[in-house]
Design a protein. Sequence first.
Length: 94
Amino acid sequence: MQQVKIAILGAQGFLGKSLSSALLNLGHEVIGFVLEPSKAANSKFLCRLVNELIQTSHSNNFEFDVTINLAARRSTLSQPLSELQVSEYTFNIP
């Protein structure tokens, strides 16, 4: 099986952790993207802050064979996100 380079947004979330682990066990290269630095530090695979992806999206520093977005929309009753805030973290990934 050929190794595939996979980016996972929300890699330390409920679904992301399981998927990342399964893909690593199959021999793929997984690079996770998370919002909180504390979650990136304790990972079994390379985990970067999502802000790095935003800041370098036009410079082609990141190239992946597959991108999987499992990032949750973080909104609560006490702190709801506006549609403008949601679109700020939404990517047009080719």
